[in-house]
Design a protein around this ligand. Sequence first.
Ligand code: T1G
Ligand code: NAD
Length: 650
Amino acid sequence: MPIVSIAREGDIAVVTIDNPPVNALSQALRQALLEAAETLDADPDVRAAVLLCAGRTFIAGADVTEFGKPPQPPHLPDVIARIEAAAKPWVAAIHGSALGGGLEVALGCRFRVAVADASVGLPEVTLGIVPGAGGTVRTPRLAGAVAAVELATTGKPVRAPKARDIGLVDAVVRGDLRAAAIAFAREALGKPLPGPASRRAVEVPDPAFWTGQEAAIAKRARGEIAPLKALACVRHAVEAPFDDAMVFERETFLALRGSAQAAALRYVFFAERAAPRPAHLAGVAPLPVRRAGVIGGGTMGAGIAAALRDAGLPVTLIERDEEAVARGLATVGAIFEGAVKRGRLTDAQAADRMAGISGTADHAALADVDLVIEAVFEEIGVKRAVFAQLATTCRPDAVLATNTSYLDPRAIAVGLPNPGRFIGLHFFSPANIMKLLEIVPVPETAPETLATGFALARSLGKVPVQAGICEGFIGNRILKRYRAGAEALVRRGVAIAAIDAAMRDFGFAMGPFEAQDLGGLDIAFLQREGARAAGRDTPETLGDILVRAGRKGQKTGGGWYDYAPGERKPLPSVTVAELIAPAVAGGETLPRAAIADYLVAEMAAEGAAILAEGIARRPEDIDLVEIHGYGFPRWRGGPMHLRGAVGTQR
Ligand code: T1G
Ligand code: NAD
């Protein structure tokens, strides 16, 4: 199939794009579209054109693989201007996703029709850029400034019905898209044509709207540049003539395209796309997972059960006794109720989710499941007993997984018949939200079991990263080094609040000490105490001093900070200063950037050790763990990318 082909349905030309995998606007496609516009304008028998895409989606945007290279003509704004100026109206027929340059091409057409489950959006800010071919200029002229700001500064797509409601799409069609678009074009020819988007008027909001948006976006962006630039482009588009606004947008786009943030976000984009299909599992078929079991209905078990239900899998939840079963089911129920409150689910969907979970204390209910995920107490004895029972109740080919954070999965699987079916699947709390899944095979894990872990991650919408066995796998091991680095700064006299402020400035939602107070200082303390009890050399930490003094964090009204009763605002603590004073030498102050540099270097150093030991397979995996499991700012690319520990960028 040529990249662009033209067919005729009477006086309607059907222009079909076929540029797999996602019809990205490569140089060749831009050239072919330009030629198609010339050809159709020169054909007296053609009265209108329908622009359609082959494959699973409409144009998914500019070809991101071309971003690292100098832009080649024809440039997209020119191709779109040519389509918009065509003597015959073009109708964009949208299925799948019309994103970025794809939506911009559609906005250059006189009309847009879409199937109901299609989506349209301007995700450029997720790549550290702004639209570069009229997205911030034509969108407000069709959908108004408010909707344009939302689309361009969040990068979130909207479904076709919403796009119609805001004026971005002219019709939501059912059935055969091609036929519906041709019929729409014919009908449109029978009526006065509306002007092109570029010549439509746009309502100018009150200046207060812009200042309000600026403050909200700056708060949300936490140092990310593109969202604020996108806002500036939309404002310019609303307050200035079309041509001026196009120039402003293009200049902004080109300036950001070469930026460090854009390079980092592109790096993460491709790392995420490669993660679910690692090369070493190419051709290995996963085992089918149609029914799942979860052992333990606590914080993690309930979240994992909810994630499995979100993916449509029927789930059997096992707890110690009926009272604990009821508690576990109630926790899952609360997760779905929360999703209804946040508008992520309807009541009916929440009810359907719950209907697909059965709870019991009877392991016999697991006789026919394909996968079991264990999330019971982090105690080796408890976990071993669970797997011994599973070995008798489950099918011999059922995949058996542990969600342990720190225990050695090999120790959990000791004596398990057919250990090839055993694997570590390390979710992160809240398990139905956090995107990261560390997949930890043991030496006996069969390739098809490992492939099943990755396939499960794809079906749950998770970012899978394979990790080798060491204490804390990839993420918690680096977390330990990060926290030790933060404590080392405190021992040098750097203020706890200064370190947290530095990491917030760097882009984290919260600093290392605030985060510990939220999650609880006792989890890591118990882990260290366990190591000490096992005779492993584990030096006393400042955190240990606090826990021994009863300070476990917010849950005890104090950890690294004090908290007023019922409050979550961290208050510097005189008590903490007194408790740790013997361990603090000097009163060093450091610029925030130096603090962040030091701690990121600590993370990257641990990452390098992890790579050298083969615990991680590639630096990208470490960065994905940090971004999707530990809140490392995505637009920084991750500690390995930032410290240049990753090969050439795309
Ligand atoms: N360019 C190049 N390759 C792309 C691509 C793109 N825009 N989008 C996807 N791919 C590749 C991807 O790397 C993968 O390759 C394969 O397609 C399938 O992707 C001027 C400048 C469309 C919703 O940000 O959101 O337009 O790994 O696994 O889950 O204003 O891809 O198989 O080798 O993600 O079905 C704006 C990005 C660009 C959209 C499909 N557009 N893509 O999801 O498949 S900037 C975007 C997506 C822009 C203009 C500006 C998703 C998808 P491989 P996939 P999927
Ligand atoms: P939790 O204490 O909240 O829940 C554990 C549940 O397991 C309890 O409800 C308990 O009744 C149940 N249970 C204990 N023994 C059982 C048995 N024999 N059969 C059935 N149910 C049993 O603990 P959690 O935080 O959910 O942690 C569970 C596992 O997940 C641990 O291994 C932990 O290390 C790991 N993990 C925890 C987190 C986290 O942030 N909490 C993150 C990742 C992994």
